[in-house]
Design a protein around this ligand. Sequence first.
Ligand code: MN
Length: 194
Amino acid sequence: MQMTETKIRINLKAVRTRAGLSLSQAAELTGVSKAMLGQIERGESSPTLATLWKLAKGFHLPLTAFIEDLVQTTGIFTPARPDPVRFQGSIGFHTIFPFDPVFGSETFLMTLDPGQTHVSNPHDAGVVEDVFVTRGEIEVLLDGNWKVFRCGDGIRFPADQPHGYRNMTDDPAQFHNTMHYPRTALFEEISDGS
Ligand code: MN
């Protein structure tokens, strides 16, 4: 967690500086308050997963841009397997494949405790998500309806609308979550390594 917080702090400042934005301007862009942005950058506050997604959407960047180092895959790539991160009050989470600008995707492993719900704001236009259940049973919220998916089931859906995941069973559940992003100007910058 500590390592992740350090990465977030460094990455947020780098992204904001590269975009040439003050804290106030970044607050306006992302919907995260100026005070909170300052606290995150100074390492005084650890953001929730929902806050991180607001940052990603505001800057039109993948989540990886804030929590990991970007990776360009040119051959076989075996990511490290870190301990799941627990952002404040959110679902267990770790990165399997960081964002790759060639493929335009990133993959996370999510863990939902019994009874746990995570509702996500719409992502940028054109973002598509894959959910593949690897343990237990989850429900996915789409078009206002919760639908059951069991271990081995998958679903791909447009994620530029409200959506969510919940575990209504008595056992932990896990799923892979791949985000597919359309190309944007900032992606080109990332691809150039600048
Ligand atoms: Mn989502």
